[in-house]
Write a protein that binds this ligand. Structure first.
Ligand code: 2AM
Length: 173
């Protein structure tokens, strides 16, 4: 059975994308592996490689996950030394933590398993970053959250948004 590499994410609109790009570009020289503009996103839940015939079931279960609007403030630049990524992140508002918990429960019902690491909202800006990046001063970016997306990662191609769920759109579509 072929597999598809999937994750749930907040996918930025053009305004938020431009805001992320402006902050990413404050770090211009931290590595050569800058995440391209079109791939910038914030992962909510990484599903990994799933059998291709499960995408329908994953989307069907996600239909029952309610989204409440909230605002996510991205106010810091950080670094995960093991993953070697520099990121733009912030503290999750309660509604966003609930969304991630609900997505996890929904996917657990499909017998998908996840690591136990807590959700740390971040947009990866650069990969292969071997040293702590500088921390330039910048204006926080307020991201109004009103939905989430199921996204596919195919090696060597831009991430592909398969489907988006928005506030008030619970139910079959
Ligand atoms: P990252 O940006 O912090 O590397 C697609 O690969 C997305 O899924 C990326 O945002 C990536 O996070 C995330 N991701 C990849 N592997 C992961 C894993 N094992 N656990 C959690 N998130 C992962």
């Amino acid at each position: 059975m072929p597999t598809r590499r999937l994750f749930f994410a907040l996918w930025p609109d053009e305004g938020i994308r431009a805001g992320i790009v402006a902050r990413r570009d404050l770090l211009r020289r931290v590595s050569r592996r800058r995440v391209p503009d079109h791939n910038l996103h914030l992962t909510l839940l990484f599903l990994g490689n799933q059998p291709a015939d499960r995408v329908g079931a994953i989307a069907a279960v996600a239909n029952d996950v309610a989204v409440a609007s909230c605002t996510l403030r991205l106010d810091r630049i950080g670094w995960f030394p093991r993953a070697r990524v520099a990121w733009l992140g912030g503290d999750a508002p309660a509604a966003l933590n609930e969304l991630v918990d609900d997505l996890k429960s929904a996917m657990t019902a499909l017998d998908l398993t996840f690591d136990d690491r807590p959700f740390r909202p971040h947009v990866t800006l650069f990969r292969q970053v071997r040293q702590r990046p500088p921390r330039p001063d910048f204006e926080p970016l307020d991201w109004p959250v009103s939905g989430f997306s199921l996204v596919e990662s195919i090696s060597g191609r831009p991430y592909q948004v398969l489907r988006t769920w928005c506030v008030g759109s619970v139910g079959e579509r």
